[in-house]
Write a protein that binds this ligand. Structure first.
Ligand SMILES: Cc1ncc(C[n+]2csc(CCO)c2C)c(N)n1
Length: 231
């Protein structure tokens, strides 16, 4: 979508939230991520083991940089109240659930310890890690938020489309469960709320910089699923 400045867009928007400006200006890629055939295949539980293994091996490398970026959010947030949810998420999800899921799922798919420790990176994985490193080293809280929100909000998007029954295979079922439900929804709501709180007060250049990071992250999510689908 065209680059309409936030103040101009807000005047005629149904939902004038800053996060909604970021999302709607990231179309059509946003919708392509949420409705991606690979994600739909996860929700049906019919991704082939070889494809799921390749995706999760690359994603484990993604999650490593993502976890480092959560640390940058703790460090760069503008107040104590905001630091706490990042610290809680780091402790509860990133270091426990996600880690045990990856280890169990990749073992079940026949991956080796080397596949987890230092696999060859696909170009999109390297590019995504570079964007997260750029946000992390900027220590600019709205930029950190932009990249984190895309990762979490877009995953909530496809996982929310999962129907019943859940797949029997735990590799598929738990990957869906990690990305939906009330706790994950509240976490995404918190991230969006932070963007909505801070975005409107940025200069128009600052707002466009946040949009640039947001859009780059959305394009990388799309390329990541394309890679997983073997495209
Ligand atoms: C390419 C890619 N984008 C987003 C996510 C979503 N995600 C990343 S870390 C994390 C927290 C722990 O669940 C979540 C939900 C992903 N896994 N892979």
């Amino acid at each position: 979508m065209d680059l309409v400045p936030y103040d101009e867009w807000r005047a005629s928007a149904v939902d004038p939230a800053f996060s909604e400006w970021l999302r709607s200006l990231s179309e059509p890629e946003w919708t392509a991520v949420v409705n991606h055939p690979f994600a739909a295949s996860i929700t049906r539980g019919d991704v082939a083991d070889d494809d799921m293994r390749r995706y999760l091996i690359q994603d484990f490398q993604f999650v490593d940089s993502f976890t480092a970026l959560l640390g940058a959010a703790v460090a760069s947030a503008d107040n104590f109240e905001s630091r706490v949810p990042f610290g809680r998420f780091l402790g509860e999800t990133a270091t426990t659930e996600e880690k045990t899921y990856f280890h169990r799922a990749l073992a079940a798919l026949g991956a080796t310890p080397a596949d987890l420790a230092s696999p060859p990176l696909e170009p999109v994985t390297a590019d995504f890690r570079a964007l997260m490193d750029e946000a992390r080293t900027s220590l600019d809280y709205p930029l950190v938020l932009a990249v984190l929100s895309v990762a979490e909000w877009s995953y909530l998007g496809w996982a929310s489309l999962a129907g019943e029954p859940s797949p029997d295979n735990f590799v598929h079922r738990e990957w869906i469960e990690l990305h939906e439900g009330p706790v994950f929804r509240a976490w995404v709501g918190f991230l969006r709320g932070e963007l909505d709180r801070l975005g409107p007060g940025l200069t128009s250049e600052g707002q466009l910089r946040v949009l640039d990071f947001f859009r780059r992250a959305v394009r990388l999510e799309l390329r990541f699923f394309d890679m997983a689908a073997g495209a």
